[in-house]
Design a protein around this ligand. Structure first.
Ligand SMILES: [Zn+2]
Length: 244
């Protein structure tokens, strides 16, 4: 009998570039896979319960769990870190997060609350709805750190959405993974959702920082990747937000 979930999962995967895949495509949050001869790096792991689906998606291009060498989480929100513990267990990959979100991921501290009443309620509800298990033995990153096996990738601290929000720059591939620092809503770039952002001003400074980086393809945590006129779109976003 056809496994309908399997078919559905294969449909989810999209090839962004030769060695880059968007996983969980079609759901509201993205995970990405950088596939190299030396191994696979996963960026973000979607909501809890998605590890098997991600493994099935990777299986469709003949990638085994043991091929995954590193898992990087852009920030410690449950829709991005939800399946990192399970995926780490199933792959034995090294797991990385920025040092300023490290204790949040481990459940040792609570994330700072957004400065809006609705944001506080939204954070409370999502924290209970998407309960996730903290991974064993994550490794903290800062801008001077490197990911084992992927030393060419640069860690860019882009805080504001959370204290340890970070972007990952793949300069060789002209690609930036920005987590929730910038969203793509229907081919229109936006800042992070303010109801889940603990420091909006800092978040906009991070968008300006991203706008000064050299890349051609932006891979956000929510919405499709963008490869056309990215720098101009980021400058337009910054201009629209600038008080006139
Ligand atoms: Zn987030």
């Amino acid at each position: 009998m056809t496994d309908l979930r399997f078919c559905l999962t294969i449909d989810l995967m999209k090839r962004v570039k030769d060695t880059l895949y968007l996983l969980e495509s079609g759901t509201f949050v993205n995970a990405y896979a950088i596939v190299r001869d030396s191994g696979v790096l996963i960026i973000d792991t979607a909501t809890p319960g998605k590890a098997d689906g991600i493994i099935r998606e990777l299986g469709s291009i003949n990638i085994k769990p043991s091929d995954i060498k590193a898992i990087v989480i852009t920030h410690a929100h449950p829709d991005h870190a939800g399946s990192c513990a399970a995926l780490t267990e199933k792959s034995s990959a090294g797991m990385y997060i920025h040092k300023d979100d490290f204790d949040i991921l481990l459940g040792k501290t609570q994330p700072p609350e957004p400065p809006y009443f609705l944001g506080k309620i939204a954070t409370f509800i999502s924290g209970h709805f998407f309960k996730f298990t903290s991974p064993r033995d994550p490794r903290p990153l800062d801008e001077n750190s490197r990911i084992a096996g992927f030393e060419d990738l640069e860690i860019i601290h882009t805080p504001g959405h959370t204290p340890g929000s970070m972007s990952i720059l793949d300069a060789k591939d002209d690609t930036l993974f920005c987590g929730d620092a910038i969203n793509n809503r229907g081919n229109k770039l936006t800042g992070p959702n303010k109801f889940f952002t603990n420091d909006t001003e800092q978040a906009w400074r991070s968008i300006a920082k991203i706008g000064a980086l050299p890349f051609k393809t932006l891979c956000p945590g929510h919405g499709m990747w963008i490869s056309e006129h990215v720098q101009q779109k980021i400058q337009d976003l910054l201009s629209a937000n600038r008080p006139g």
